[in-house]
Write a protein that binds this ligand. Structure first.
Ligand SMILES: [Fe+2]
Length: 270
């Protein structure tokens, strides 16, 4: 099964700029750095890689799940770090939704829309909260597509990668593998809370999977659908879906972690 987002590769217009934001303001540790590339390791389970991009690019949207008990402190810490928190049209900054969670949004220097979010149902004590924001895992990555691609894209993720679905609408769906929520959204539907155009960013997305057997199954299904893929080693496979480069890699996240976290879809599957 897919357990988590393990690596994102994004473009930036300024390596020093992302370093100032992610390392100096957000205190994400640096795991690799060169003149044209920098990697951050906010959690053991996720690497954020930025490479210098020389072409115009649309901003991405990502969200980190944080421990509910650490949410208020995380918001206070972001304010202390002089991170500008974005407002809803009515002026509020912290949103409470479904009476089950809270979130706040902010942006990096390239305009990428970041979010920290907590859900009251997420069981604490399963994953260690990391850093000043009590990060648990990378929960969301936005994958905008053409309006008519949302439905076939989600059906493809269900078929190929055994994803579950939540918040299923014609123009929006969470496609969920373990803790990883891919947001399949129409380009015509804007990102909240600042009505930011949801254009497809230059982003490569790696998912961690819990077994080599699962990867073999994905390869079989890719071949059956005529989707080209590369697999230089048994523990990884890469391919493209709706122009997004996707990589699946075996990683020791813990196949039982999503269910132990009490994530709704993971509970249904066990
Ligand atoms: Fe989000």
């Amino acid at each position: 099964m897919v357990t988590h987002f393990s690596r994102l590769q994004l473009h930036t217009f300024s390596i020093p700029g992302v370093k100032q934001f992610y390392h100096e303001q957000l205190a994400f540790p640096i795991s690799h750095e060169s003149d044209t590339e920098i990697h951050f390791q906010p959690l053991p389970s996720i690497t954020l890689c930025f490479t210098e991009g020389l072409e115009p690019n649309a901003p991405a949207h990502i969200a980190f799940e944080v421990a509910a008990s650490g949410f208020d402190a995380a918001v206070g810490w972001l304010r202390n770090q002089n991170v500008t928190l974005l407002k809803w049209p009515d002026g509020r900054i912290v949103d409470e939704f479904d009476s089950r969670g809270r979130n706040v949004y902010f942006r990096d220097g390239d305009g990428n829309l970041l979010e920290i979010i907590c859900h009251s149902y997420v069981q604490e004590g399963i994953l260690p909260p990391i850093g000043n924001m009590s990060l648990l895992y990378l929960r969301e990555v936005g994958m905008p597509v053409e309006a008519d691609a949302v439905i076939p894209f989600r059906e493809q993720l269900v078929r190929l990668m055994d994803f579950g679905l939540d918040k299923v609408f014609d123009n929006f769906t969470f496609a969920i593998g373990g803790t990883a929520h891919a947001i399949l959204v129409s380009k015509a539907r804007k990102w909240i809370p600042i009505a930011m155009a949801a254009l497809p960013p230059a982003i490569s997305i790696s998912f961690g999977v819990s077994s080599i057997d699962f990867l073999e199954g994905v390869k079989t299904r890719l071949a059956a659908e005529g989707i080209p893929f590369e697999s230089d080693a048994p523990e990884c496979v890469s391919f493209r879906l709706y122009s997004y480069p996707i990589c699946l890699e075996f990683a020791d996240f813990g196949a039982d972690v999503p269910a132990r976290l009490q994530l709704p879809l993971a509970r249904l599957k066990t």
